[in-house]
Design a protein around this ligand. Structure first.
Ligand code: PPS
Length: 331
């Protein structure tokens, strides 16, 4: 089986949108099953648009810039992805459960083995918070939650109750390149072994998780003026991170001192986020990943990947799909 066929075999489709099998299918089919509170806040996005970065900013704005809270646990535990439902092989589940049972009597030397440590972290982070629906019930309000769901599949209670939603979008070329690195990180389901040229075929044909970038971004864009939605762009955040923190604070009716804003910007800088174990995936996977999660964080990395022909084809699609939308990106 070629890599693209193997990738597609680990997905399912609903309403014409492709999803990873680690997505909660019942939630996609029944957006009304998610219990939302009026004070829930969401960060929504197409994958690889700067979601983790935005969540850190929103989270710090909500807690008044208290960075200690944000280093206490992995972001996935604090702000779970609603639709995540990670499915692990049976042997991993058995090994983790056995380890948890034996933990009190196992010698220190064994507990220090990196494989054992990894299983324990998996148990703490992935088993618990890898089920978004369960994890969100454990968090104290006001909750900040993550989702990559398209507007039509977003929890209907959140829309009806006018929960605040920060949507972040990134130009589709850099998003596509970042997406390739994500699916190729090395751990199933992110164990894609194809090249950029292979992945481009999936991307341009909307056969990647969460489907078409255009459908996703443009549908949310149509709601940009809804009172409960703040639409941000990754490229603007790069240029003016302070401005982004301020607009998030205004949107959430939080007043912050200038110093606090500076601290949030600093804590969420690319350099700091790359080192921050609570966001950079190193807790989940040690040093074994092929690509870092907080990888390059640049505008324009697509130029290192798109061929001239791919760029020409993509520009044409972009012109057609974005025409008249009033939305544009710098790349
Ligand atoms: S995910 O898996 O969909 O939640 O990924 P997401 O967080 O949306 O996007 C990951 C990309 O965001 C980059 N990133 C940042 N860029 C700038 N500044 C900061 N602080 C920052 N933090 C994360 C990250 O490096 C990924 O982009 P690429 O292009 O792969 O580097």
């Amino acid at each position: 089986m070629d890599e693209n066929a193997r990738f597609l075999a680990s997905t399912f489709e609903h309403d014409g949108v492709c999803y990873s099998k680690d997505t909660n299918r019942s939630m996609i089919e029944r957006p009304d099953i998610v219990n939302c509170r009026e004070d829930d806040v969401f960060v929504a996005s197409y994958p690889k648009s700067g979601t983790t970065w935005t969540i850190e900013m929103v989270s710090l704005v909500m807690n008044g810039g208290n960075v200690e809270i944000n280093t206490a646990g992995h972001q996935q535990e604090r702000h779970p992805m609603l639709e995540a439902e990670f499915k692990f092989p049976l042997w991993v589940c058995l090994a983790v459960h056995l380890l948890v049972l034996l933990k009190p009597i196992l010698p220190y030397a064994i507990m220090e083995l990196s494989f054992i440590k990894m299983l324990l972290v998996l148990q703490e982070i992935a088993f618990e918070s890898g089920d978004g629906l369960k994890q969100m019930e454990k968090i104290k309000p006001p909750r900040l939650l993550k989702s990559h769901l398209p507007y039509h599949a977003f929890p209907s209670q959140a829309i009806r109750k006018k929960c605040k939603i920060v949507y972040v979008a990134r130009n589709p070329k850099d998003t596509g390149v970042s997406f390739l690195h994500h699916v190729s990180m090395g751990r199933a389901p992110m164990d894609y072994k194809g090249s950029w040229n292979d992945f481009y075929k999936l991307y341009v044909n909307d056969k990647v998780w969460y489907g078409s970038w255009f459908d996703h971004v443009l549908t949310w864009w149509q709601h940009r003026n809804d009172e409960n939605i703040l639409f941000l762009k990754y490229e603007d955040m790069k240029k003016d991170p302070r401005g982004a923190v301020k607009s998030i604070a205004d949107f959430l009716d939080v007043s912050l001192t200038e110093d606090t804003i500076d601290n949030i910007v600093e804590f969420c800088s690319f350099k700091k986020m790359k080192e921050n174990k609570a966001v950079n995936f190193s807790l989940l996977a040690g040093d074994s990943l092929k690509h870092e999660f907080v990888r390059k964080g640049e505008v324009g990395d697509w130029m290192n990947f798109f061929t001239v022909a791919q760029n020409k084809e993509y520009e044409k699609i972009y012109e057609e799909r974005m025409k008249g939308s009033g939305l544009d990106f710098e790349w």
